[in-house]
Design a protein around this ligand. Structure first.
Ligand code: 0A1
Ligand code: ZN
Length: 879
């Protein structure tokens, strides 16, 4: 792909024409849909009088073009599949352009634009899908008022939906009918949506804070309506929360969600008509896990929150993507924290960031939260834009305080409602509302890479002072060799010898607000006065900054934090850090052929935490969960040998299991009593602790009986799949495992989303045989290579979460994956480009595997017909 397709932030300029309104008429046909588009336009004041109108298109066929009702002569325009240019348009005043296109929704395997799967028409327009429907200014800074008419066969498509309010509905001849929707809020094309088909629906009502009644509807496949209740409940809670916490009220008379089974991503915030991957809507105790419930609540809220952060105020251009995504993830995180247990929620966020964003930021695909160039925007829906972007907003809240953050955001809504704006505009609101200068802080948006903070401490007993020297360094990233010091808000706590917190009488060396140290230079020494005894120092409490901390602390200090820190996030981090260190040491022992010894103090701390009734079960489960094989690999960072890691972890796990067997048995027994299922955080936490303990117990007894019994006794999917995974992963060859896998397959034969769990559990069984197993499972009739959920559950899980199986030393895992990618790329490039990123850290592997991986990556890169999405990813990975 030639570099001339690269889009640069510096090239941004507004369009030559302004679109005021757009009237769309869809005549839906499975193989042939015609789209009539009537666009009311005028030349932008100041733009050249002879500038042509250049509209975007992608794979389009033009079927008619008229200006103010008169067909345009061929010499007045150039139409191609990827664009339409019209010359000689009026210098002033408005005019109407009528464009007719023809598309084939059934042939649309990319799932971008208008597509038809399982009899349902639906759309996905973000980021550049609308141009696959009609010629348009398909960019976020062109906001127009849409009126949409949908015409379709009434029997196969009784339901006709689009954005806004329904204004007309009637029957037509030949068994067809029509519906007309009007959305009064100007919006960019990426928020357009249409759904047509035959679906079941649940309805509810919400009264907004100003007393307006809003109709809420969730549409799902027939037979699944009773699985939409939790999504509805989450929606109502999200609506209330956004009013209470941020003063945001919903603005249309109706809010609709449609669950579809073929969807590239999680969900989409189309104005008034959210479209969801059905795995993020459908839940009942028998088919969904606690984790599914959690994700449903979070994503329903996320998409709803976009109504203000994204829709009412949108992005000027796609470089500003984090303006809506980072902020909306932050709002979603705050919502989840308020609905559940804050520190537990925060630990999950930290784990996610470390497992996904840090590797992205430290590898070949690293980019700033606000990138300056892209080849394919679909590849920038990344964890850096989303999760790191969220952390940046969180840091603003930490710097300013909660009330000031709210003040800044209020100003943002007031000043920019109806606008398409930039990250600078966003930051300016916080500056104007509070008087605080954020110019240094803004670097977080522009500088890629995870900062590493090195900490050195010195305690002076005679002077009762503690000095803390903090150094920050951000490693180079592609295209950004030199890094500047950032403004990093670092929460720091001191724990005295008796376990109590210590408060200094004064702190010098830099700004400090509450427990936040403001690190602004490459190196700074903070001196804490009035410290009567040498404390244990807890750095980056609550994960106040998305950084790595390099601090050689004594084991005793870490133990003190693990036991006494009042901030539970830091407490978890200390426990997790100790376990990680033990696992790294064990891996080194495996490679050196020396025996593994597990520090008895670590075992004691873990087992003690597991039984500590003063702590919530959910927290205890987190503390008890050993870092994964992938975590250990990431910690090592280079020369990774997945087999050694696997052996080491297994040994450490087994030895902890035997050490704590009694406690684990006790926990399993004590926590197995819940009969009535509730998806709330408390019950979910008890199940998490119980199932974590069960995994240890299975390892301690080294026999599958307990897990088999747990499977048989399970009354909900959480317990069922937990038992199944223990069997599959710890006893892959046992009779019990075969029986349970078979039972599960039959029991859920008609439930694709549930079978995804079955695919996933088997795809991640460690060891060489995994590849053959995956190939076999691809032949199962429940597998469908066109469905993104199926692909991710089986092939995705294998490549991303089966370190020993995927990284077979002979390279067969890579070969299989490359073949799959090359084949799937012809159908769905968004999917393949995302899948490909699981190999982004291949250079961290030991040399043998690294070479084999590179061979396969180069083989992919050598293909001439790759999609632009995949080409972009693979070329950056190999650079
Ligand atoms: N804006 C959505 C994410 C999304 C992005 C692209 C999509 O299709 C290629 C679909 C959804 C969100 O943040 O939820
Ligand atoms: Zn989003």
């Amino acid at each position: 792909m030639s570099a001339d397709k690269t889009v640069y932030l510096k090239d941004y300029r507004p369009t030559d024409f302004i679109i005021e309104t757009v009237d769309l008429i869809f005549e839906l046909g499975a193989e042939m849909t015609t789209v009539g588009s009537e666009i009311r336009l005028s030349r932008r004041p100041g733009s050249p009088a002879d500038a042509p109108l250049t509209l975007d298109g992608d794979s389009l066929e033009l079927a008619g073009l008229a200006l103010d009702g008169k067909p345009l002569a061929p010499e007045r325009y150039e139409a191609a599949a990827d664009g339409l240019t019209v010359h000689g348009l009026p210098e002033s005043g408005s005019f109407t352009l009528t464009v007719k296109t023809r598309i084939n929704p059934s042939a649309n395997t990319q799932l971008l634009g208008l597509y038809r799967t399982s009899g349902l028409f639906s759309t996905q327009c973000e980021a550049e899908g609308f141009r696959r429907i009609t010629y348009f200014y398909d960019r976020p800074d062109v906001l127009a008022v849409y009126t949409v008419t949908i015409i379709a066969d009434k029997e196969s498509c009784p339901l006709l939906l689009s954005n806004g309010n329904l204004i007309e509905e009637r029957n037509l001849e030949d068994g067809r009918h029509m519906a007309k929707w009007h959305d009064p809020f100007p919006k960019p094309s990426y928020l357009f949506a249409l759904v047509a088909g035959d679906l079941a629906m649940i309805e509810d009502q919400f009264t907004t804070m100003s007393g307006r009644a809003v109709t809420l509807r969730i549409y799902v496949e027939h037979g699944k309506a009773d699985r939409a209740d939790y999504a509805m409940d989450s929606l109502k809670r999200a609506m209330r929360w956004d009013e209470e916490r941020f003063g945001r009220e919903y603005d249309l008379d109706i809010f609709m969600i449609v669950a579809v089974s073929d969807f590239n991503m999680g969900a989409m915030e189309n104005k008034g008509l959210n479209i969801f991957n059905d795995r993020l809507i459908l839940a009942d105790p028998e088919t969904a896990t606690d984790d599914d419930y959690l994700r449903i609540e979070a994503v329903v809220a996320h998409e709803y929150f976009h109504n203000w952060t994204g829709n009412r105020i949108t992005c000027r251009d796609w470089f500003q993507l984090s303006l809506k995504e980072g902020l909306t993830v932050y709002r979603e995180h705050e919502f989840t924290a308020d609905q559940r247990t804050r520190p537990v929620v925060r630990v999950d966020e930290v784990k996610f960031l470390r497992a996904n964003q840090f590797p992205e930021d430290g590898g070949p695909l690293a980019h700033p939260v606000r990138p300056t160039q892209y080849l394919e925007i679909d590849n920038f829906y990344t964890t850096t834009v989303y999760e790191k972007g969220s952390e940046v907003s969180r840091m603003i809240a930490t710097l300013l305080g909660t009330d000031n953050f709210r003040r800044g955001l209020d100003l943002f809504f007031e000043r920019h409602d109806g606008g398409a704006v930039t990250i600078e505009d966003y930051l300016k609101c916080f500056e104007d509302a509070t008087g605080r200068d954020l110019s240094h802080f803004a670097l977080w948006y522009h500088q890629a890479g995870t900062p590493v903070i090195s900490v050195q401490s010195a305690y002076d007993e005679a002077a009762s002072t503690l000095s803390l020297t903090l150094q920050q360094k951000t490693p180079p990233t592609p295209g950004q060799k030199e890094k500047k010091p950032l403004h990093i808000p670092l929460r720091v706590g001191l724990i005295g010898p008796n376990g109590d917190g210590m408060e200094p009488s004064a702190v010098s060396g830099g700004e400090r607000t509450e427990d936040v140290l403001h690190l602004t230079e490459a190196e700074q020494t903070f001196v804490f006065k009035g410290i009567g005894a040498r404390p244990a120092i807890s750095v980056n409490r609550d994960f106040s900054a998305p950084v790595k901390v390099n601090f050689e602390q004594s084991r005793d200090d870490r133990m003190a934090i693990a036991r006494f820190e009042t901030d539970l996030v830091a407490r978890w981090d200390a426990i997790n850090g100790l376990a990680l260190q033990a696992l790294v040491e064990a891996t080194a022992a495996v490679r050196a052929g020396t025996p593994i010894s597990v520090d008895p103090a670590l075992a004691e701390a873990l087992i003690e935490t597991a039984g500590d009734e003063t702590l919530e079960p959910a927290f205890r489960a987190l503390a008890l969960t050993l870092p994964s094989e992938l975590d250990i690999g990431r910690e090592l960072g280079r020369d990774i040998d997945p087999d050694a890691i696997h052996a080491a972890r297994r040994t450490v796990f087994g030895s902890l299991a035997r050490e704590g067997a009694e406690r684990f048995r006790q926990l399993v027994d004590a926590l197995s009593g819940d009969t009535e299922f509730s998806p709330n955080a408390d019950s979910a936490g008890r199940r998490a602790l119980r199932n974590t303990a069960l995994a240890y117990l299975a390892s301690a007894t080294d026999e599958p009986g307990a897990a088999r019994a747990a499977y048989d006794a399970a009354t909900n999917m959480t317990d069922m799949i937990a038992a199944l995974r223990i069997l599959a992963h710890q006893f892959p060859d046992a009779e019990e495992t075969a029986a349970v896998l078979d039972d599960f397959r039959h029991r859920f034969a008609g439930e694709p989303l549930v079978l995804d769990k079955w695919f996933g559990a088997q795809a991640t069984i460690p060891g060489e045989e995994a590849l053959e197993r995956v190939k076999r499972l691809m032949q199962d009739e429940a597998f469908d290579a066109l469905n993104p959920n199926r692909v991710r559950a089986l092939v995705g899980a294998f490549a991303s979460s089966n370190p020993t199986g995927f990284n077979r030393p002979d390279g067969a895992g890579y070969r299989f994956f490359a073949d799959f990618i090359l084949d799937a790329d012809k159908r769905n490039p968004t999917l393949t480009a995302r899948l490909m990123t699981v190999m982004r850290s291949f250079e961290a592997l030991e040399v043998g595997r690294q070479a084999k991986a590179r061979t396969e990556l180069e083989r992919i890169a050598g293909h001439e017909t790759l999609s632009r999405n995949l080409r972009d990813i693979i070329d950056r990975m190999l650079k």
